[in-house]
Design a protein around this ligand. Structure first.
Ligand SMILES: [Zn+2]
Length: 398
C-alpha cells in the first residue's frame, strides 16, 4: 500500500525541549516521504491523508527503550520486536547485549533489518551473547571473549552497534570477578563507544565497577534492590553513584524481572538522584510481569515522584543521546517523523516491582500511536495474561 500523508490533530508537544512543560495543542502534518511538513493549529488535511485525532493528549519524540532483548530465535530469552516496539509506542529499541560477535550477523539479517522499528544494539563482550541465558553463561572464562572478532564485528556494523555490554554479576561471572568488565572497557575504548554494564549481585561490587566507567558509559539496573547491589543500603556507594551521575555516567533503570525496586527508586528520587534513562529490560521472563511494557515502566517512575516532563525526557531524548541519535529539532520541518502520541490518564492499576512489592499507579501513560516516518501504527499497553506460564505471547517460550 502506498503511504499516505499523516495529519496528527490536537496534540500537545512535550519532550522536544528536555524537562520543559508541554506546549499548547497543535497539529502536525507528515508527508508521504515520512518527513514533517507543517506544524501549527488547524492544518488542512492533504487529500487522502490519514487523520489521527490526538484528542488534546500529548506527542513526544518517539519513545526509546534503551534496554530490551529482541534477538528472538537466536537467544532463549528474547521476545519479538513487535512486543516491545511500535505497537507499544516505542519507535527505537536498543537491544542490550543479546548478541555477541558470534551471533550478531543473524540478529542483523533476521530481526533488525526486517523490523519496522529502529533497532540498535550493544554488543555483548561474551562471544555467544545470551543464547542460553543464565544457563550457559556468556562469560565462563577467558575463552568466552574474542577481542579481535568483537572489534571486527563492531567495526563492520557501526551503523547498528552503539556500545559494548557486559553483565557483571556473580551468576554470570562466577569467580571470574571484575576482569571481563576491564576487558569490555578496553574494547569499548578502542572502538570509542560507550559501555553498558549490568549491575546486580556482587562480586564484582557496584563500587568497583563504577571506578572503571567514564562519562557516557551506562549503568543499567541502577535501582535494583538486590542485597549488595542496592544504592540505598551503603552511604559510601550512594555518594559514589551520585558523584558518577554528576560526572556524566548514565543511570539506566533496566527494570527486568529482577532489577527494579520501588523502594530504591523512591528514596533515590526523593534525595534528588534521577535516572538518566527509563528502560524496560523486556524479555521472555519479564513481559507478562512484572514489566509488561515501556508505558507501565514510565508510569512506575512517575508514581515514585519523578516529574512528568522528566519521565518523558528519560524515555526519549536522553536515551537517544546515549546511543548517538540526533535529539535537536525533532519537530522541525523536514525532519523524519518519529513520534509517540499518548495520553496520561487516571488509573488504579496494581503493579509489582522486581522484588514483589506492590503499588497502585494513580496515573498511567497510555500510548495511542507510534509514527515512524510515513508508517503510523496504533499503539496500546501490553495486556498481560495473569498467572500464565507462557511468558511470551508469541508462544515459543514456556
Ligand atoms: Zn537485560
Amino acid at each position: 500500500m502506498a503511504p499516505s500523508p499523516i495529519l496528527i490533530r490536537n496534540v500537545r508537544p512535550v519532550g522536544f525541549t528536555p524537562n520543559t512543560a508541554p506546549q499548547a495543542a497543535t497539529d502536525i502534518l507528515v508527508g508521504t516521504d515520512g518527513l514533517i511538513k507543517q506544524v501549527g493549529p488547524s492544518l488542512i488535511a492533504s487529500p487522502g491523508a490519514q487523520v489521527i485525532d490526538g484528542g488534546g493528549g500529548y506527542v513526544s519524540p518517539g519513545w526509546t527503550d534503551l534496554h530490551a532483548h529482541v534477538w528472538h530465535g537466536g537467544t532463549d530469552i528474547s521476545i519479538k520486536p513487535r512486543h516491545a516496539g511500535l505497537e507499544r509506542g516505542v519507535t527505537t529499541i536498543v537491544d542490550a547485549g543479546s548478541a555477541g560477535e558470534a551471533t550478531f550477523h543473524g540478529f542483523r539479517e533476521y530481526i533488525i533489518e526486517p523490523a519496522p522499528e529502529r533497532i540498535l544494539a550493544f554488543l555483548n563482550i561474551g562471544s555467544i551473547g545470551l543464547v542460553a541465558c543464565n544457563r550457559v553463561s556468556e562469560l565462563i572464562d577467558i575463552r568466552s571473549i574474542d577481542i579481535d572478532r568483537t572489534l571486527a564485528v563492531a567495526e563492520a556494523n557501526r551503523d547498528l552497534i552503539v556500545g559494548i555490554k557486559c553483565r557483571a554479576s556473580h551468576v554470570i561471572l562466577g569467580s571470574w570477578g571484575i576482569t571481563p568488565v576491564k576487558v569490555a572497557k578496553k574494547v569499548a575504548k578502542i572502538l570509542k563507544l560507550p559501555m553498558m554494564i549490568h549491575v546486580g549481585e556482587p562480586p564484582p561490587t557496584y563500587d568497583e565497577i563504577l571506578e572503571l566507567l567514564r562519562p557516557g558509559d551506562i549503568i543499567t539496573h541502577c535501582f535494583n534492590g538486590k542485597a549488595g547491589g542496592s544504592i540505598i543500603e551503603d552511604e559510601d556507594l550512594w555518594d559514589l553513584v551520585s558523584k558518577c551521575a554528576d560526572q556524566g555516567i548514565r543511570l539506566d533503570v533496566g527494570h527486568g524481572g529482577a532489577s527494579f525496586s520501588f523502594k530504591v527508586a523512591e528514596v533515590a528520587i526523593e534525595r534528588g538522584l534521577m535516572p538518566f534513562s527509563i528502560s524496560t529490560d523486556l524479555h521472555g521472563h519479564s513481559l507478562n510481569g512484572p514489566v509488561w511494557d515501556m508505558a507501565t515502566t514510565m508510569s512506575k517512575l512517575l508514581s515514585v515522584g519523578m516529574p512528568f516532563e522528566a519521565v518523558v525526557t528519560a524515555s526519549t531524548t536522553a536515551p537517544m543521546s546515549a546511543v548517538g541519535l540526533k535529539t535537536e529539532n525533532l519537530l522541525g520541518i523536514g525532519t523524519k517523523a518519529e513520534l509517540t502520541v499518548f495520553d496520561l490518564v487516571g488509573s488504579d492499576l496494581k503493579v509489582r516491582d522486581s522484588q514483589g512489592a506492590t503499588a497502585t499507579l494513580k496515573e498511567m501513560f497510555e500510548p495511542r500511536w507510534a509514527v515512524m516516518g510515513s508508517n503510523a501504527v496504533r499503539a496500546a499497553r501490553h495486556m498481560p495474561k495473569e498467572g500464565t506460564a507462557v511468558v511470551c505471547t508469541c508462544g515459543a517460550h514456556n
